[in-house]
Design a protein around this ligand. Structure first.
Ligand code: ADP
Length: 352
C-alpha cells in the first residue's frame, strides 16, 4: 500500500512536470510571436527548426532576395559552429527596408538568427543629425561675428570702468565657448552622417604624434608631460586619418585637462589578434564608477563646473565613440577616482 502511494505520487509529479514544461514552451512561443523582431531557430545541422511570426513575414517578403538568402544561410551555418556575426542588408522595396541580422550560437547545439528592420531608426537618426548640422551651420556665422564684436568692445573699453571691462571679457569668453560647441556639433554630425569616408592607410605612429602635437601647448602650460610608446611606423590602420587623429586628440586633451600640474599622460599602443589598442593613460582626477557608462553620451559631464573651467564642450567622447564605431572598433574606459583613467581605443588593423 505504501509502495503504491509512493508510485502514484511519482507519476502525478511527472505529469505535472510535463504539463508545466508544455505550458512554459507555449508561453515562450507566444512571447516570441509577439516580438517585432524576426527570430529563427536552427538545429545543429543548420536546418531551420522554428521561426516566430515576424520572422515568417520577413522571410516571405524577402523570398527571392539573393543577398538576404545568402546572408542567412552563411550566418546560421557559422553560428552553429560557434562564430557569431552581424550584417546589414538593404532591401530596395517597396517597402524599403534595412534589415539588421545578428546570429547567436546556442549552448545546447544549434543557433538562432534575429532580424530587425532598422530603416525607420536610420531615417529618424538622419533627420536628427541633419537638423543639428543645419542649425549649427546657421549659428556659426552670427556667433563668429558676435565674438569679433565683443573682442573689439573689450579692446576699446579696456581703460574704462573695470567692471565693464570684466563684463566685456566674459562676453568674449562665452562667445568663443559657443563657437567651440558649434564646431564640435558640426564635426560630430559629419562623423555620424558620413561614416569613415576615407579608406586610407594611416600609420598609427603618425596618428599619435599628430594628436599629441594638438594638445602639446595646453599640456606645457598646465605643466603636464606627455609621452608615447615607440611604434613601428609601418603599422597602419585603414580608415579616415582626420577622424582617427581627432579621436586620439580628444582623449589626450581630456587626459591633460583632468590632470593636475606635474602629472604625466602616456599614450600606449599594443597589438592584439588583428586589433590595435591605443590607450591614453592619465594620473588625473579619475571618474566615479557610476559615471563610467554615461561619459560617452553627448553633453554628459561628471563635473559641470570643472568642464566649464577647462573649456570642454561635452561632445569630445561622443566624437571618439562615433569614430571608433565608424572604423569597426570601440572605446572603453577604466578609472580609479583620485588615481587616474585609461581610455582605450580598440581598432581593427584591417577592415572586415
Ligand atoms: P568635455 O568636453 O566636458 O571634456 P567629453 O565628452 O570629452 O566632454 O567628456 C565627458 C566628461 O567625461 C567630462 O566632462 C569629464 O567629466 C569626464 N572625463 C572625460 N575624460 C576624462 C578623464 N581623462 N579624466 C576624468 N574625467 C574625464
Amino acid at each position: 500500500m505504501k509502495l503504491w502511494r509512493h508510485r502514484k505520487e511519482a507519476v502525478s509529479e511527472a505529469i505535472v512536470e510535463v504539463s508545466t514544461e508544455d505550458a512554459f514552451l507555449s508561453q515562450m512561443q507566444t512571447a516570441l510571436n509577439a516580438l517585432p523582431i524576426g527570430v529563427i531557430i536552427y538545429d545543429s545541422n543548420g536546418q531551420e527548426r522554428w521561426l516566430n511570426l515576424a520572422g515568417k513575414i520577413m522571410i516571405d517578403q524577402q523570398r527571392g532576395h539573393t543577398q538576404m538568402t545568402q546572408a542567412m544561410s552563411l550566418m546560421s551555418g557559422e553560428a552553429v559552429n560557434g562564430h557569431t556575426s552581424n550584417m546589414l542588408v538593404d532591401i530596395d522595396g517597396p517597402p524599403e527596408q534595412t534589415l539588421e541580422i545578428s546570429s547567436v550560437s546556442l549552448a545546447d547545439d544549434g543557433a538562432l538568427l534575429m532580424i530587425e528592420d532598422i530603416h525607420e531608426k536610420i531615417i529618424t537618426d538622419r533627420v536628427r543629425t541633419d537638423f543639428v548640422a543645419n542649425i549649427s551651420y546657421e549659428l556659426r556665422t552670427p556667433v563668429g561675428v558676435l565674438a569679433v564684436l565683443a573682442e573689439t568692445i573689450a579692446r576699446e573699453i579696456d581703460k574704462a570702468d573695470p567692471d565693464i571691462t570684466g563684463l566685456a571679457r566674459s562676453v568674449v569668453q562665452e562667445s568663443h565657448r559657443v563657437s567651440r560647441i558649434i564646431d564640435d556639433l558640426l564635426e560630430l554630425a559629419k562623423i555620424e552622417f558620413d561614416g569613415a569616408q576615407l579608406q586610407e592607410q594611416v600609420s598609427i605612429e603618425v596618428i599619435i604624434s599628430e594628436a599629441i602635437e594638438r594638445v602639446r601647448a595646453v599640456a606645457t602650460s598646465n605643466n603636464i608631460l606627455i609621452t608615447s610608446t615607440e611604434i613601428d611606423e609601418k603599422i597602419v590602420l585603414e580608415g579616415d586619418g582626420r577622424q582617427l587623429v581627432s579621436a586620439v586628440a580628444n582623449l589626450c586633451e581630456n587626459a591633460v585637462t583632468h590632470s593636475t600640474s606635474g602629472k604625466q599622460v602616456h599614450v600606449g599602443v599594443t597589438i592584439e589578434r588583428g586589433f590595435a589598442i591605443i590607450s591614453v593613460i592619465d594620473q588625473g582626477v579619475g571618474i566615479e564608477p557610476n559615471h563610467l557608462d554615461r561619459v560617452f553620451e553627448r553633453f554628459y559631464r561628471v563635473d559641470q563646473v570643472r568642464s566649464r573651467q577647462t573649456g570642454g564642450t561635452g561632445l569630445g567622447l561622443a566624437i571618439v565613440r562615433n569614430v571608433a564605431a565608424n572604423h569597426g572598433g570601440e572605446v572603453n574606459v577604466v578609472s580609479t577616482p583620485g588615481e587616474g583613467s585609461t581610455f582605450s581605443l580598440r581598432l581593427p588593423l584591417r577592415r572586415r
